[in-house]
Design a protein around this ligand. Structure first.
Ligand SMILES: [Zn+2]
Length: 133
């Protein structure tokens, strides 16, 4: 009896640990001096997220990209992007495939997850899309 109850409790707490996952798919629109937004079906959705996530979404190399964002709608016009560390909260759709976003310095062979200069040689890192398998 005790064992059975414990089993139920474990399953229950596991369910609570799952964040409500919603998906937003659309084109990334960037306007100078404004936060990035997603345009989908004629609607414009504002985005919120961690600084690292917003840095990626503000990367001009991703302008117009077909993005799939995982997180939750705070209201119909605002989508909060999920945790940055999972690296799967922001995905790129391209040629029928999904890609994760990261940045690569070919000089130092260092991978980072936000756009900017390489921590080692201070050169601008390259946008590197990796196919999600
Ligand atoms: Zn480097």
């Amino acid at each position: 009896m005790t064992g059975k109850l414990l089993g139920i409790a474990v399953v229950f707490s596991f369910c609570l640990a799952q964040t409500p996952a919603e998906t937003l798919r659309g084109s990334l629109r960037q306007t100078q001096g404004k936060p990035p937004v997603i345009e989908t079906g004629g609607r414009v959705i504002s985005l919120a997220g961690e600084p690292e996530t917003m840095a990626v979404l503000g990367d001009h190399r991703l302008a117009g990209a077909d993005l799939e964002l995982h997180g939750e709608f705070k209201n119909p016009a605002l989508f909060a992007v999920g945790p940055f560390y999972t690296s799967k909260s922001v995905l790129v759709h391209k040629n029928g495939k999904k890609y994760t976003i990261s940045y690569w310095c070919p000089v130092c062979s260092i991978r980072t997850y936000t756009p900017g200069k390489c921590m080692c040689c201070q050169q601008e890192t390259q946008l590197d899309l990796e196919e999600l398998k």
